[in-house]
Design a protein around this ligand. Structure first.
Ligand SMILES: Cc1cc2nc3c(=O)[nH]c(=O)nc-3n(C[C@H](O)[C@H](O)[C@H](O)COP(=O)(O)OP(=O)(O)OC[C@H]3O[C@@H](n4cnc5c(N)ncnc54)[C@H](O)[C@@H]3O)c2cc1C
Length: 502
């Protein structure tokens, strides 16, 4: 019997991962990607000698021995084309947050240093600060758990007991940030927490990233996001995966409640025994499946659930070494910037990539500024209907941001030699993500308790994976989803699963 043919829609990390694992289990795979490169949101692009990095700020699984690390290794994420390995940077200072009184709080990776910093700011909150640090320790241990089939019974028991404690710590993290901050008396600590995470999001959105810093389990991958995606895509190609770049899937062909292939934007068709959509969830359900198979949970999610925002992303090429600028900081603007979509911006996230020499010419630095907006569709309408205004607005925002950074940092504006601004319109255009959201459904105490279906009832030979199928999103979710669906298909098809490259 010939191998089953699977069409994977989307060459983001979820699609690449599914393709990679299916190929090593004997499936034939065609990946259809609307863009001309793999990676989806996990991307970078070149401008005037700079590589503008978009995605990876902290990658869960960067530490050898952790469960997520072995998935990245299986996918080949850390093996560069020239045979070198991707170096990983772990920071001593996770991020620095500017406050409205002109001071700042540094979130150190080391828990003792972090405790000291928080006690410096709010000694009256000693009890809560200590509790927070204990939680970070527990969560760090949870993600740091080594996956091994060769543990002794006592090790197994000890691991089990600590896991129970860690799971309880995890459940406590579902509390909304707006409620959590009430536990602190100190206004600066409250301000810092709310600057990091919207008040309706769960505390875990704050603690998860921070908790992995002291165990060095979520670092930055030198070479940037696209490099990592290309590493994964290269393995898929070596395994015999066929990429169809620059062509979008218009619809998923259904016969008698089974997916039988896809119809592309030029109306050509590709037959398939199984179709996996690793593309945007809204487009998959409402457009590719023409709204005929929308599970109730997804209907509710797309109606009620808050989303991760989209971004105005400003990349600045600095003609100097910017190692005097914290690698990740959130300045406060006393004089906020109003975006054309109405968003008032009094903070943004600045990343100074002085630690990654691959992103800038020698002696120079890539710096990026991320501004959140939940008005993604506004930018697409503006770009399409009023292109001149769109271009002018992008220029204005960049100028305003540079002016404020000059004021805060000094020695700044005269060193800017390259400016590149992307908006939610760019996200929608290049990746199709609903409203330009950069990580799907936001992590709240409701969304995090919801299990969205990846297999749609009454629709055979079809699955959905990727950030829209797991609130909270992120690269690890995408990679793990691809692995899980391949494993699921092997089980259904009576195949002996392997993650090994043959
Ligand atoms: C600025 C930014 C910073 C981030 N930082 C981090 C971080 O530090 N750590 C982390 O873990 N995560 C981070 N993320 C989130 C992470 O990038 C995403 O959650 C993850 O990449 C999603 O992968 P995915 O494969 O599910 O979806 P996508 O990356 O959206 O991939 C979907 C793919 O499907 C393609 N597609 C869509 N429609 C069609 C169609 N009709 N036909 C064919 N192809 C189609 C798209 O072009 C795209 O390539 C960040 C994201 C952004 C934008």
């Amino acid at each position: 019997m010939s191998e089953k043919h699977v069409v994977v829609i989307g060459a983001g990390i979820a699609g690449l991962s599914a393709a990679s694992y299916l190929l090593r289990n004997g499936y034939r795979v065609t990946i259809v990607e609307q863009h001309t490169a793999p990676g989806g949101l996990c991307t970078s692009w070149n401008r005037n000698g700079y590589t503008i990095d978009y995605c990876v700020h902290w990658l869960m699984g960067s530490k050898a021995g952790t469960a997520m690390h072995s998935i990245w290794e299986e996918l080949g994420a850390f093996n560069n084309k020239d045979g070198s390995r991707v170096p990983i940077v772990h920071f001593d200072e996770f991020s620095t947050i500017g406050l409205s009184d002109g001071s700042s709080i540094c979130l150190y990776s080391d828990l003792e240093a972090l405790k000291k910093e928080l006690l410096r700011v709010g000694p009256e909150d000693k009890k809560e600060i200590e509790k927070l640090c204990i939680t970070l320790k527990q969560l760090g241990a949870l993600t740091n758990n080594v996956r091994s089939s060769h543990v002794s019974f006592t090790e197994y028991l000890a691991n089990g007991c600590s896991l129970v404690g860690q799971m309880i710590a995890m459940m406590r993290q579902l509390i909304p940030m707006g409620t959590y901050v009430q536990r602190f008396k100190n206004p600066s600590i409250r301000e810092m927490l709310l600057a990091e995470i919207p008040s309706d999001w769960s505390l875990i959105a704050f603690t998860m990233g921070l908790a992995q810093q002291h165990v060095k389990a979520a670092g930055y991958t030198i070479g940037g996001s696209l490099n990592m995606a290309m590493n994964i895509a290269r393995v898929v190609e070596q395994l015999g995966g066929i990429f169809r770049y620059g062509t979008a899937v218009k619809t998923i062909r259904i016969r008698e409640s089974s997916a039988t292939g896809v119809v592309l934007s030029d109306d050509t068709e590709i037959d398939a025994d199984f179709v996996i959509s690793a593309a945007d969830g809204h487009q998959t359900l409402y457009s590719m499946l023409e709204g005929k198979f929308i599970p109730r949970k997804f209907q509710k999610a797309f109606t009620d659930y808050p989303l991760f925002p989209s971004t105005i992303h400003i990349a600045l090429g600095m003609d100097r070494n910017c190692s005097d600028i914290p690698h990740g900081f959130t300045p406060y603007f006393p004089d906020p910037i109003q975006l054309a979509d109405g968003t008032i911006v009094d903070r943004c996230l600045v990343n100074a990539y002085h630690y990654d020499p691959t992103l800038a010419p020698e002696g120079k630095t890539l710096l990026t500024v991320l501004i959140n907006t939940w008005e993604g569709l506004f930018w697409s309408r503006m770009a399409n209907e009023r292109p001149h205004e769109y271009t002018t607005e992008k220029k204005r925002i960049a100028e305003e941001v540079i002016g404020r950074l000059e004021h805060i940092l000094g020695n700044f504006s005269q060193h800017v030699e390259m400016i590149d601004v992307s908006t939610p319109h760019s996200v929608i255009r290049y990746t199709g993500n609903w409203q330009g959201s950069f990580e799907g459904f936001a992590p709240t105490n409701v969304t995090l308790k919801t299990r969205l279906p990846k297999i749609i009832p009454n629709l055979h030979n079809f699955a959905m994976i990727g950030q829209w199928t797991a609130p909270g999103g992120g690269l690890p979710t995408a990679a793990k989803d691809g692995r899980d669906i391949a494993k699921h298909m092997c089980k259904s098809d009576g195949k002996v699963w392997t993650a090994v490259l043959r």
